[in-house]
Design a protein around this ligand. Structure first.
Ligand code: GLN
Length: 280
């Protein structure tokens, strides 16, 4: 196996992957059905023929640009394990900024929090928050039935099924509320910028979760005007934004009658979460 691993890592490095050895090890561990850190002990043993073939197939998928998360079928977010498959956006560390912002701002106000996640995808935002707040309940909305199936599976595997509900639909249309906290990571890439995204994102991740229209702000224009209606008094909205969009999104929230409270930066220092509040 050591030789197969080395050769795969070489090819993956030549293809421009940033962490070829690490990724090759993850793929080998998947083939052997063991944890990646167990490989060290067992790596003298060659793959049998079936394993070698399965390993090569996984390596080829990665070389074709398919994201690791789809190949492995999972991605960690907020230290929780989420199932992901093609059709849902892969959870990103940037989005953990929203969880931090929500935890920082939203204090329990007696009674369980009612959460809403618009465009929930894998469910990573809603489920991470439910996991933090044992009394909270939440609804995740998505236009994609495939995404909702993944989100529901994640709720089950994380033991959160009882407190999460899912709804097929367009943003908040048809919802009554009130919600104490609304989170969303909507599509926010300008259509003209989609072509210049990294090939694994562009070719494999769902366009519906990425493409935010001509200036990237279409989703916020759809979401913002209805927030006041479905937010509880003094309820919070925490929205993910792309680089450079925070002021525009804060303005849209302000125009919708919310008070824009501030932003929270991601690990790269980019304002990533816009925080707003409805009137008390
Ligand atoms: N953060 C994602 C990216 O840059 C975009 C996600 C989104 O549009 N909400 O690939």
């Amino acid at each position: 196996m050591t030789e197969a691993l080395r050769s795969a890592a070489r090819r993956m490095g030549r293809a421009g992957l940033v962490r070829p050895r690490h990724e090759a090890r993850l793929l080998a561990a998947r083939v052997l059905g063991c944890a990646p850190d167990r490989l060290i002990a067992g790596n003298g043993r060659p793959f049998d023929a079936g394993q070698a073939e399965r390993f090569e197939r996984l390596v080829d998928r990665r070389l074709s640009g398919e994201p690791m998360a789809y190949i492995l079928g999972e991605r960690e977010f907020w230290s929780l394990r989420f199932t992901v498959e093609p059709g849902v956006l892969v959870p990103r560390p940037d989005s953990e900024t929203l969880v931090e912002a929500a935890l920082e701002r939203v204090a329990e106000r007696g009674g369980p929090l009612r959460l809403l996640d618009l465009g929930t995808g894998s469910g990573c935002l809603l489920l991470s928050l439910l996991n933090e707040w044992p009394d909270a309940r939440g609804l995740g909305v998505d236009l994609s039935a495939a995404a909702l199936a993944v989100a529901a599976a994640n709720a089950r595997s994380l033991g959160l099924r009882e407190r999460a509900r899912w709804r097929l639909g367009a943003w908040s249309s048809g919802l009554q509320g009130p919600f104490d906290l609304i989170v969303s990571n909507p599509p926010y890439i300008a259509s003209s910028a989609i072509a210049s995204l990294a090939p694994d994102v562009r070719s494999f991740e769902p366009a519906g979760a990425l493409d935010g229209g001509p200036d990237g702000l279409d989703a916020y224009r759809a979401i913002a005007p209805d927030l006041g209606r479905i937010l509880a008094p003094a309820g919070w909205a925490v929205l993910e934004v792309g680089a450079g969009q925070a002021d525009d999104v804060a303005a849209l929230l302000g125009a919708a009658g919310l008070e824009a409270i501030g932003t929270r930066r991601d690990l790269a220092g980019i304002p990533r979460a816009v925080v707003a509040r409805s009137a008390a």
